[in-house]
Design a binder for this molecule. Structure first.
Ligand code: PBG
Length: 340
């Protein structure tokens, strides 16, 4: 093709490949950046000793309190600002109300204290939710097959206050009851715990991508505990077909006192992230959940994807969408890849 026939003839200056030609110029014009500052390390803690692998999440292990404290020091070295902890609880301590959730001697408050002692400059975030502690696996108190909103909030407030007293920096309610952020904020203020942050799981969808998490925390198969209990979380978590509703959820949580909001799951819901960021301009996070981890881990274990590149690309996507940060099981691995 002669230059006169080239589609570029009319616009000779428009060669978008020009800045792509070298690594240095790609670096120079890159719009988004990824650093360890962007990560909240998602971590499962257990009541026993040592480290126990999670089968559905190859590469992820449940950590004892002692190991979690070591991991907090590792996070500090890697430049990861915060760790989110989730508990695996012995079945003997579970009941229909999830009473152990508010026990100040539980594995979560013990891990918080050990981690803050080991690495005082690392932020610790706790899930405010009953599902690791209920024998039916739901996030709420159940009566006649229904998840009770107000009765659940009472239990969540007890749990959240206990976590804050133990030294948790960020409470992250993940239950999706209406009004729980306001109830938590009011209770914190009343106790003088005015510095405790709240990151609400504001737009949390009823998702299949939480599958491996159930194994990780050993939670019951939904609907198995009693004949009329719901087999999914669709009456409290959001419908995957909805987007406007996510904005209402975020608006409410901010009005009720959330400092930061979260969208969950992550990659399949980046359109929601983008709308939330553009609408509210508040620190917005996304959770790259267990199923997203498992997909990348499985494909890379089979040699179908290049793990290092897939991990970093998936995390960069969150930044490009506008996230302030990402809750991810890949945090330490990605921080090392970034040269931390
Ligand atoms: C509990 C909770 C869940 C996750 C975090 N907190 C599961 C659920 O809501 O069903 C999922 C985390 C993951 O899949 O990595 N409310």
């Amino acid at each position: 093709m002669s230059p006169s026939q080239s589609p570029l003839a009319a616009y000779p200056a428009l060669r978008l490949r020009r800045p792509r030609q070298a690594a240095w110029s790609r670096r120079l014009v890159r719009e988004s950046s990824l650093t360890p500052n962007d990560f909240i390390w998602s971590m499962v803690v257990h009541e026993g000793d040592g480290r126990v692998p999670v089968a559905a999440m190859p590469g992820v292990e449940r950590l004892s309190v002692k190991e979690a404290a070591k991991a907090a020091r590792e996070a500090q070295k890697l430049g990861i600002p915060a760790i989110a902890i989730f508990p695996q609880i012995d079945g003997a301590r579970k009941d229909p109300l999830g009473r152990h959730a508010a026990d100040p001697n539980g594995v979560i408050p013990n891990a918080v204290k050990a981690m803050k002692d080991a690495a005082p400059d690392i932020g610790v975030m706790c899930d405010v939710a009953l599902d690791p502690f209920t024998d039916h696996g739901h996030d709420g108190v159940i009566e006649d097959g229904r998840i009770l909103n107000e009765a659940t909030i009472e239990r969540l407030v007890e749990q959240g206050l206990m976590q804050a007293r133990a030294g948790c920096d960020i409470l992250a309610p993940s239950d999706m009851m209406d009004g729980r952020v306001g109830a938590l904020r009011t209770a914190l203020e009343a106790e003088g715990l005015i510095d405790t942050m709240i990151m609400s799981y504001a737009a949390k969808y009823a998702s299949a991508f939480y599958g491996p998490y159930r194994e990780a925390i050993g939670s019951a198969r939904l609907g198995a505990a009693a004949p009329n209990q719901p087999g999914d979380k669709a009456t409290y978590q959001m419908d995957p077909g909805n987007s406007d509703e996510a904005l209402r959820e975020v608006a409410l949580d901010l009005a009720e006192g959330a400092d930061m909001v979260m969208v969950k799951p992550g990659l399949p819901y980046l359109d929601i992230v983008r709308r939330v960021v553009e609408t509210f301009r508040v620190p917005t996070f996304a959770f790259q959940v267990s199923g997203e981890y498992a997909m990348i881990a499985a494909a890379t274990a089979n040699g179908w994807l290049d793990r290092d590149r897939a991990v970093l690309e998936s995390l960069m996507a969150f930044k490009r969408a506008g996230c302030a940060g990402v809750i991810t099981y890949f945090a330490p691995e990605a921080a090392r890849l970034l040269g931390a």
